[in-house]
Write a protein that binds this ligand. Structure first.
Ligand code: FDP
Length: 345
């Protein structure tokens, strides 16, 4: 009989594939010497809500939770039943933990003050992104941004706690409910992806330290709106075609972004004549993905400005979004018609 000594993981990775999300969050917490554990708990709360939403989405076809809810949200979009369910699930998870003082959600007109002034964090969330794909069994997602409040804990929430630029995010992430369910997040030290193992009820590290390819050959845009685009945008997409790039557009931002992050590519939701600010929301869509993109070596811009530096002025503010492989985004930006920089005196 041959007896072999146990060979510990030789991969050289700081965190090996297969580490549970819980353990990973705990290990990461010790990277920050003064961390109190509240952000870690908040990330766990989000992961728990994601598991519940995952359960609801996978059985949507059977449990009569597909279709419209019968109301229109603040964006003027018809709410789907799953939009409403996901919003409730995340609201509950975020309000129970005690770490959060306020929530901005795509599904709520106003800021939700959790009446927990000792909470240090503000969360901006799109509980279910890609709603038009729910009923046809196509990938959808959740997007979240976490900010530390600016005013001292214990005092009432103020506008400055909510209206923070994306550079102020302490963590951001998304959940993709796709062929498998994944949670991808960053706390500003790289990007890691976890795949959900349904039978065990756990997220496991499957994509450590994600690095986006610098360049790619995929462009993702709704070409049905082409007649509404600025000339520069038309010219850039023509160039993509001249180069025989592949067009891939799911119509779920999280899914399109995730594919391009891993394979290399660019997602574009530009300004149109009708909607000069585009369609996507700065606070709970663009900012989170922009932070992840940058942390993975990719880029995000509105065509003229770095997304993370845009100072929000309204809760449901929209922004054009060009996001993906850095060389592609830089190239696309060069086609855009941006106001000339003011001369410095
Ligand atoms: P949806 O309206 O279905 O929720 O966030 C909004 C979003 O989806 C993105 O996920 C998606 O990329 C985009 O809008 C699709 O918009 P178009 O139908 O205009 O292409």
């Amino acid at each position: 009989m041959k007896i072999l000594p146990y060979q510990p993981d030789q991969s050289g990775l700081a965190y090996s594939v297969g580490t549970t999300l819980d353990r990973f969050i705990k290990l990461k917490q010790s990277d920050f010497p003064f961390a109190s554990g509240e952000l870690s708990q908040l990330l766990r709360d989000i992961a728990l809500a994601a598991k519940i939403v995952n359960r609801e989405t996978t059985r949507a076809g059977l449990s009569n939770i597909g279709g419209a809810f019968g109301q229109v949200n603040v964006q003027g979009e018809e709410q789907q039943k799953l939009d409403v369910i996901a919003n409730i699930r995340f609201m509950r998870a975020l309000s129970k933990g005690g770490e959060v003082c306020a929530i901005v959600s795509e599904e709520e007109d106003s800021v939700i003050d959790l009446q927990n002034s000792s909470g240090k964090y503000v969360v901006a969330i799109d509980p279910l992104d890609g709603s038009s794909n729910i009923d046809v069994n196509i990938s959808i997602g959740t997007i979240f941004s976490i900010y530390r409040r600016k005013t001292p804990a214990g005092s009432p929430i103020q506008r400055e706690d909510i209206m923070q630029a994306g550079t102020e995010q302490v963590a951001a992430g998304y959940v993709l409910y796709g062929s498998s369910t994944m949670l991808v997040y960053t706390t500003g030290c790289g990007v890691n992806g976890f795949t959900y193992e349904q039978s065990l009820g756990e997220f496991f590290l499957s994509h450590p330290n994600i690095q986006a390819p610098k360049n790619g050959e995929i462009y993702s845009v709704n070409e049905g709106s082409q007649k509404e685009w600025e000339e520069g945008m038309k010219a850039y997409v023509d160039q993509c075609k001249d180069r025989r790039y592949s067009a891939r557009y799911i119509g779920s931002l999280v899914a399109d972004f995730h594919r391009n992050l891993l394979k290399g590519g660019i997602y574009l939701y530009p300004a149109t004549h009708k909607n000069p600010s585009g369609k996507l929301r700065l606070l709970y869509e663009a900012n989170a993905l922009a932070l992840i993109a940058e942390q993975a070596g990719a880029m995000a811009t509105d065509g003229c400005n770095r997304i993370l530096e845009i100072q929000p002025t309204t809760l449901h503010q929209r922004t054009p979004l060009l996001i993906g492989s850095s060389e592609m985004v830089q190239e696309a930006e060069a086609f855009m018609n941006c106001p000339a920089e003011k001369p410095t005196s």
